[in-house]
Write a protein that binds this ligand. Structure first.
Ligand SMILES: Nc1ncnc2c1ncn2[C@@H]1O[C@H](COP(=O)(O)OP(=O)(O)OP(=O)(O)O)[C@@H](O)[C@H]1O
Length: 550
């Protein structure tokens, strides 16, 4: 009817030459929008729009009827229908089918439908709970999650929680600050104000005000300082200053502990500082890789390193990393007590490594069989490895089958001791089958960190001990034709100790009374003498005195 009426009016207007109304649906011509002014061009267009609308209306009616039917069936089954705004069309039709089955199945055996309903209910409740929690955390501002997939939502929530746990400490500190900022006593910046009781003025130095301010400051201490809640309390200046001093000392102590942790040498002795040195050598192509640990001793760990393919013996290196704790040096008192370099215990490790480096250089210059020193950085010493694929064994671990080999080995050890004394002016001080390596039927001396210059007041006593260790070992493995300790001592030192008397007593007496005149001064001031020789040695190495500080 409406269509016919409008069509009639359209035709009349056209016939009377009146302007055609801008809208076929009877909108007022006073509405001057562009759309309104656009004329409807054809009857067919109007008809098709009408048809589309009527079809849509039919669709909506059918949908409403279907929904009413589902509601009715669910009610019959005693189930409240949950809004399906978030479910897809296919879900709805599947639900519908299931609901139909359910209506025909009064025993409620359509498990899928029931499970789905229960899951939805559970999700909805969980979501509401999370929203509530979140709104509490955001200061009561709840976020609407309409149309939000609950699974995405939970995921976001979990991520947020993770982040927030990282920043937990910061957040708590900020919250505490905000809380106590609010509590600031209201005292003017000019430094004084009128007393409320009307008796003169109160300055900012007032005891009561200071005590309250101290509390406020104490609440600003870092969170790990357990001040407790002192809001509204009073702390006098003395107590507050005590607290502050304690805090400073504690901070310093913590920093020291952290420092110690970083420097402490682990079982494998590869702490952060050592790793850095090793990386530097790798970058400088001194070595290509670290192959493992050769041994861990009392005072160091020795690592095995390699360069290139490692096919020749020259491609293998030993890296001695000194332990950074001083505990292991207790038994080294005799070597270090008169040495100026050990007056500063922090330098001990570095000096010990440096001593080994310089002593190895002396031996190497004299072509005594020992590792070739290559580089020294702080407490880490790079030297050639005695051995090829594997480090050479110590004399102690050799199984001796031929007598000649034992004799040859002994002769080499005697030669090492003699040449160390005569050519290098050194006494090993810890020579034994543990510090002598055996490689291709040759003996090599290692571990010369504690070796002392013959100017050392006890160098001869150390030599006697070395001689006894060596002879004891070769006696143990039944080496024939071994000399007596006195004979060996005289051979090495060119002194004239008497056979049949206790060698150690003679040497001790000699050191006190008959020591070489040129060493008398050294003996009176051993630290100065050591320092002088140390400087000479460094000059020989062309090493700059600034080296220590770079
Ligand atoms: N240049 C090297 N080539 C091969 N092996 C080596 C080398 N230097 C050290 N080693 C091995 O590492 C072990 C420990 O070395 P060293 O004796 O120098 O360390 P240390 O800490 O003084 O040990 P100790 O507990 O014997 O005093 C040695 O017994 C030896 O087996």
């Amino acid at each position: 009817m409406e269509i016919n009426r409008r069509l009639l009016q359209f035709d009349n207007n056209m016939a009377e030459g009146l302007p055609v109304r801008s809208s076929a649906w009877g909108r007022k011509s006073s509405e001057k929008s562009e759309e309104n002014e656009r004329p409807i061009l054809s009857f067919a267009e109007i008809m098709s729009q009408e048809l589309a609308n009527s079809l849509q209306e039919v669709d909506l009616n059918e949908q409403a009827r279907e929904n009413a039917e589902i509601e009715r069936i669910l009610k019959q089954a005693g189930i409240d229908h949950v809004s399906t705004s978030e479910t897809s069309d296919s879900d709805t039709s599947r639900d519908y089918e299931l609901a139909l089955q359910l209506s025909e199945d009064p025993d409620c055996s359509v498990d899928e439908f029931l499970a789905k309903q229960m899951q939805r209910e559970f999700d909805r409740e969980l979501e509401l709970e999370r929203q509530f929690e979140k709104s509490k955390a955001n200061g009561g501002v709840a976020k609407a999650v309409v149309g939000h997939d609950p699974y995405n939502y939970f995921h976001e929530e979990e991520e947020e929680l993770e982040e927030s746990s990282d920043d937990d400490e910061d957040f708590r500190e900020m919250a505490t600050n905000m809380l106590y900022d609010y509590q600031k006593p209201d005292f003017p910046a000019c430094g004084f104000r009128k007393d409320i009781s009307g008796n003169g003025i109160i300055t900012k130095h007032d005891k009561e005000i200071n005590a309250a301010k101290n509390c406020e400051r104490a609440m600003h201490f870092p969170l790990d300082v357990q001040t407790g809640d002192v809001i509204g309390e009073k702390l006098n200046n003395k107590v507050f200053n005590h607290l502050k001093t304690h805090l400073k000392l504690e901070n310093k102590r913590q920093a020291r502990l952290k420092d110690k942790d970083e420097k402490a040498t682990s079982e494998a002795n590869v702490d952060a500082q050592t790793r850095l040195i090793l990386f530097k050598w790798i970058n400088a192509q001194e070595i290509d890789r670290i192959d493992g640990i050769i041994a861990t001793g009392k005072e160091s760990a020795v690592l095995q390193a390699c360069k290139g393919l490692g096919t020749s013996a020259d491609d293998h290196f030993a890296i001695k990393v000194y332990k950074m704790t001083l505990d292991n040096f207790k038994n080294r008192v005799a070597y270090v007590k008169d040495d100026f370099r050990f007056k500063n215990p922090r330098r001990v490790m570095k000096v010990w490594a440096e001593k080994e480096f310089l002593n190895l250089k002396r031996l190497h210059r004299a072509e005594i069989r020992c590792p070739r020193p290559i580089e020294l950085k702080k407490h880490v010493l790079l030297m050639s490895m005695i051995g090829d694929e594997e480090a050479a064994p110590r004399l102690k671990n050799i199984i001796w089958r031929e007598e000649e080999l034992k004799i040859k080995a002994y002769d080499q050890v005697q030669e090492i001791m003699s040449r160390m004394f005569k050519e290098c002016k050194l006494v090993h001080g810890d020579l034994s089958e543990f510090n002598l390596l055996y490689y291709h039927e040759d003996v090599f001396v290692i571990d010369v960190a504690q070796a002392v210059d013959i100017s050392h007041p006890h160098s001869l006593v150390f030599l006697v001990r070395d001689i006894e260790n060596v002879l004891n070992f070769f006696h143990k493995i039944d080496t024939p034709n071994l000399p007596t300790p006195t004979k060996l001592f005289n051979d090495i030192t060119d002194l004239d100790m008497v056979e049949g008397k206790n060698l150690l007593v003679q040497v001790d007496t000699f050191e006190v009374e008959n020591r070489n005149q040129t060493h008398k001064h050294d003996k009176a001031k051993p630290a100065d003498a050591e320092f002088q020789r140390y400087e000479e040695e460094r000059r020989l190495q062309n090493s700059s005195p600034a080296h220590d500080y770079n």
